[in-house]
Ligand binder design. Structure first.
Ligand SMILES: [Zn+2]
Length: 269
């Protein structure tokens, strides 16, 4: 358990740093947002970025800064000087009502916020995150931050089976089976929102998106990824497997260099 919690704190700290590195929590947004993960052996608790640090920025989070909370949003562990994140009810209520969700990300990404204020439905504009915007996303129709149990439960109820929910004029939340999944969903959501904004500027509010029948074909194909059925790939895939997940691996490596114990310190014990 102690080792597991240590690992979860490390992964959550890295995920918060990745959000900053991706530009999803930068500039005026540098301290805003939080990634969390359910503790696998204690699913009624989760680890999340808190508040009250000397340097309160997602880009600077360390494993020892992480806060542990229960499903009512109470802090049950973590550094004494830190509190839960203010919007902890967003996390606790989703975990409470969605046992399949293992990780949640909430940030205030600029293009996603912009499109939510314009009240323009996000259309599929590129392959990255196509499945996220195939159907209209649920919207919390109020820019108020999520502080109370009622607001948290409304968020969880609106989310339903979706992988993402928009908070009008405020931000978005994404959920996943892992930190990697919820972070990448958020990155893809913001990419679709950005492409929608570009199209809106270039061609007006009635711009085209990828036709839904073609989007469905791509979604189906990507879900199967039948590379190994292609004759020119069969042998190679058998040997090397199908490689995915490069974006997460690259950014997780990039942001975690100072968290790794230097070899010389290890030698000194
Ligand atoms: Zn927020």
């Amino acid at each position: 358990m102690a080792t597991e919690l240590k690992d979860v704190k490390y992964e959550v700290a890295v995920a918060n740093r990745v959000l900053a590195e991706l530009g999803l929590a930068s500039g005026v947004l540098a301290a805003l947002g939080h990634a969390s993960m359910r503790v696998p052996s204690q699913p009624d608790t989760f680890v999340v970025k808190g508040r009250g640090y000397e340097m309160d920025a997602l880009a600077r989070m360390r494993p020892e800064d992480m806060v542990i909370c229960d499903l009512e949003g109470y802090k049950v562990g973590g550094p004494p000087h830190a509190t839960q994140c203010f919007e902890v009810k967003m996390h606790s209520c989703i975990y409470k009502t969605h046992p399949e969700v293992q990780s949640i990300v909430h940030v205030h990404p600029r293009y996603t916020v912009l499109m939510s204020v314009l009240q323009k439905r996000l259309l599929p504009m590129c392959n990255e995150g196509l499945y996220l915007v195939r159907d209209p996303l649920p919207v919390y129709d109020n820019p108020m931050v999520i502080l109370t149990e009622e607001q948290g439960m409304e968020t969880a109820s609106l989310l339903g089976d979706s992988k993402a929910i928009l908070f009008k004029g405020h931000g978005a939340a994404t959920v996943g089976k892992s930190l990697q999944e919820s972070v990448i969903f958020m990155l893809q959501l913001e990419e679709q929102a950005k492409m929608n904004w570009y199209a809106y500027c270039a061609a007006g509010p009635d711009h085209q998106g990828i036709p839904f029948d073609q989007a469905d074909e791509v979604i189906e194909w990507l879900a199967k990824m039948p590379i190994n059925e292609l004759p020119h790939f069969t042998q190679e895939v058998r040997a090397a497997g199908v490689q995915t997940g490069g974006v997460w691996a690259y950014y997780a490596d990039l942001v975690s260099k100072d968290l790794r114990r230097p070899w010389w310190r290890k030698m000194l014990g």
